[in-house]
Design a protein around this ligand. Structure first.
Ligand code: ADP
Ligand code: MG
Length: 242
């Protein structure tokens, strides 16, 4: 079987007037089914750009992206939307729940987009909410929940479509450390159940909880290997801000 995610010499270049920003500067990366990978790097290193490309929210300027063996580098917006709905689940730092919808409706939404029928939408959304321990809050609105509960609801939304890859961009970034730990425990549990998880973080202690760490500096991969061990932390980071 081909790797689930395969980036080959991927560049993302932003043109600002006369200057170019190489947000990704030749990234090659393979992720197999069932892996738990943390992509780590300082602010501005290119993590979100990388996640947006893996998540089909953006396309590379150059290079190839194969998802489950299919080259999707030149897909149209509509084709990318379909891939997102069928294969990817997203968890964001700011939860991105819609305030005017109940949790059940929030979690149903990606299923609606994926063309799942009404009854099945509700059933799957409810199961997904129960799985994160929020079954009783199905009729609540996001503003009635704590930050940790909102993040769990957003995890339920990501899971509802039974995605091939779960992408989490700084999922603990807006949470206190205890709630953050709970969210990490939950992601680890999902990994144990066989899910493929790509976690974006600037925090070494969060990244260390994954199996594999990919470190990005200035749009380039500078480390790709096991999460444990000293090499994971670059010399620069040891001396500096992290
Ligand atoms: N839409 C954009 N236009 C111009 N520059 C951008 C845009 N998005 C990101 N960048 C630049 O690309 C680099 C990587 O950004 P990003 O992927 O958001 O980093 P990170 O998530 O690691 O903080 C940064 O220098 C950022 O300023
Ligand atoms: Mg970012």
């Amino acid at each position: 079987m081909p790797p689930l995610v395969e980036l080959e010499d991927v560049y993302k270049i932003y043109y600002m007037g006369d200057s170019e920003v190489h947000a990704l500067d030749g990234i090659s990366l393979k992720i197999e089914r069932g892996e738990f990978v943390a992509i780590i790097g300082k602010s501005g290193s290119g993590k979100s750009t990388c996640m947006n490309i893996i998540g089909c929210l953006d396309v590379a300027t150059r290079g190839t992206y194969r998802l489950n063996g299919k080259d999707i580098s030149h897909y149209t917006d509509d084709e990318l939307a379909e891939v997102r709905n069928k294969m990817l689940g997203f968890i964001f730092q700011q939860y991105n729940l819609l305030p005017k919808l109940t949790l059940l409706d929030n979690v149903s939404l990606p299923l609606l987009y994926a063309g799942v029928g009404d009854v099945e939408q509700r059933e799957r959304a409810m199961l997904s909410l129960e799985r994160v321990g929020l079954g009783e809050k199905a009729k609540s609105f996001p503003s009635q929940l704590s930050g940790g509960q909102q993040q769990r609801a957003s995890i339920a939304r990501a899971l509802a479509g039974n995605p091939s890859v779960i992408l989490a961009d700084e999922p603990t970034g807006a949470l206190d450390s205890k709630t953050g730990r709970e969210v990490m425990e939950f992601l680890k549990e999902l990994h144990k159940e066989g899910n493929t998880i790509v976690l974006i973080t600037h925090d070494n202690s969060i990244a260390a909880q994954a199996e594999r760490v990919v470190r990005i500096t200035d749009g380039k991969i500078v480390y790709d290997g096991p999460a444990e061990g000293d090499e994971m932390v670059s010399k620069q980071d040891k001396a500096g801000a992290l």
